[in-house]
Design a protein around this ligand. Sequence first.
Ligand code: CMC
Length: 430
Amino acid sequence: MAKETISITDNRTGKTYELPVEQGCIRAMDLRQIKTGADDFGLMTYDPAFLNTANCKSAITFIDGDKGILEYRGYPIEQLAEKSSYLEVAYLVMHGELPTKAQYDDFVHRITVHTFVHENVKGFMDGFRYDAHPMSMLASTVAALSGFYPEAKNVKDKATRRIQMIRLLAKMPTLAAFSYRHSQGLPYIYPDNDLSYCANFLNMMKRIGESKYKVNPVLERALDVLFILHADHEQNCSTTATRAVGSSEVDPYSAVTAGVTALYGPLHGGANEAVLRMLREIGSMKNVPEFIKRVKNGEGTKLMGFGHRVYKSYDPRAKVIKRTADEVFEVTGKNPLLEIALELERIALQDDYFMQRKLYPNVDFYSGLIYEAMGFPVDMFPVLFAIPRTVGWVSQWEEMITDNEQKIARPRQIYTGQTRRDYIPVEKRA
Ligand code: CMC
């Protein structure tokens, strides 16, 4: 049988090294023994943006980017989106198995009774200007929670960890809705524990004068499906940020804040907002070919909502979202920007530029259209991504904290600056 090793010959010295190969990887630390002499630090790898580096072992999410496969704990995303609910998926992502009925009821109960926030959190949020972006309000307020739950720093204790994870899942919709209400100058609506996770969120967002806001069940289910699709996505930018910050053993609120801020960027969770702004800018079908030309010529814009580091075929989440969009538009009426989006997709999928680079619609291409049709303002789109991704962040954070192989994240660098030189007094500087 072939050996699970690789031999590397260092042409600088003529020496050959045999390194173990485990699950398609070599350990970067095994390269350190490859030296030109006793003073040599040893070989490192250079991998900006982690293009080809596994940073952890994870049992949570599996992606095959070439085949367009996404699975949480082994369950295909299509089945979960069709048959499960967000909180059941959250349980699965957190615990590794689907819950029994009793486990599910207990989980939902625990989430439901933690949806309220301390009254001072409201005061904290009131400190923001009326036009603060809800994502920056969300990030700051999640960070502030660390001050409300000082015991959260005890990250080695499982029970303490778990209660913070529940709190984060439970309070995220409340903070998200409060940030929206603040921006609109509307009174905050407290959580209603009689409602489901999504219905409660919609109620906190939308209720104004009525004693009971009537949540449309189709829209409630559509939001639940969107939340399922966004629950986790293995080592994406925000999860990597959460893991890296969490690796210093700071509390999970501080670690998850890193996830929220990373998600805010237009190349990540901010893309759904950027897609909508792009579609509005294009404005009409007749402008689509000209826009595609500008993208291909690199004239200052990308086709937002297209492309992915891992998916080199259709993003499976985008497929499910397209179906959900139809159901939502039945209720809300069609988003007029939909036809521009469909035309962009049609042209891009036949165009050499996009085909050669394997650029397909990702999850953000259609999600914004649904959110807009449901009446959410564009600023809220990344927030709507952050709510469900919280379970991914906390689960990946806990996996990292309990992984004996993990240490504080601390990459190496290749120094390209000046060699040592002596200080020059100011009067002698040119
Ligand atoms: N429009 C036009 N060209 C693109 C696009 C795009 N959306 N995405 C990638 N390219 C080109 C890129 O210019 C490069 O071309 P060349 O080889 O000529 O230099 C080539 O495709 C490879 O792209 P890359 O930038 O090396 O790919 P990456 O893996 O570093 O970036 C990405 C992935 C998602 C950041 C990028 O595709 C992008 O910026 N897309 C638009 C933003 C977006 O939709 N983000 C949401 C991602 S999905 C949700 C999430 O998980 O966050």
